[in-house]
Design a protein around this ligand. Sequence first.
Ligand code: IMP
Length: 200
Amino acid sequence: MARHFDGNKLVIASHNKGKVREIGELLEPFGVETISAGDLDLPEPVEDGLTFIANAEIKALAAAKAAGLPALADDSGLEVHALGGEPGIYSARWAGPTKDFSVAMAAVNEKLGNVEDRGANFTCALTLAWPDGHMESFEGKVFGSLTWPMRGEKGFGYDPVFVPTGFDVTFAEMEPAEKHAMSHRAEAFKQLIDACFKPA
Ligand code: IMP
């Protein structure tokens, strides 16, 4: 049995505005008040885990302990099948110090070259941690293919080059609600909500 969240305030353990916004939107129906690690000025821990879940646990635990409140962290990224899963857990780093994702998307496209297999997936690991060190972790994925050039202005990160299976539009061309209904983050959230937020 997973531990249930029964407070009313939750720290979003991220300094990424796009993620904080999406997580806030996904939690809205549950009446949970959220505050971000950025707003609390919490330090960013070193993400030296080798899996999405390991990194989500590092971030959630650090924020829960520093804030003295339950904290939710998301570690996510794009896995390109013909590149052996790269950029994977290094998805944010491929954007460089200026966090310019057009640079990261161009790097992916260049590395792929003329390879026929354009298959990719996003993965999202979510960890809910409590100040006493207890953690619950979940993982969701969404599969699709990469397109070039970039298309769309919505979303964030690699959204302009990712076309989910069964669609013609990129995540960045979709309305946020449409992306939220099918994304890797939505999938991980479903698991988190069922285990930790819904009344038993
Ligand atoms: P981190 O989890 O903060 O280390 O960074 C994950 C990176 O993966 C983000 O900065 C994005 O570039 C990328 N990413 C994760 N989720 C999404 C998404 O829903 N759309 C587009 N890019 C994403």
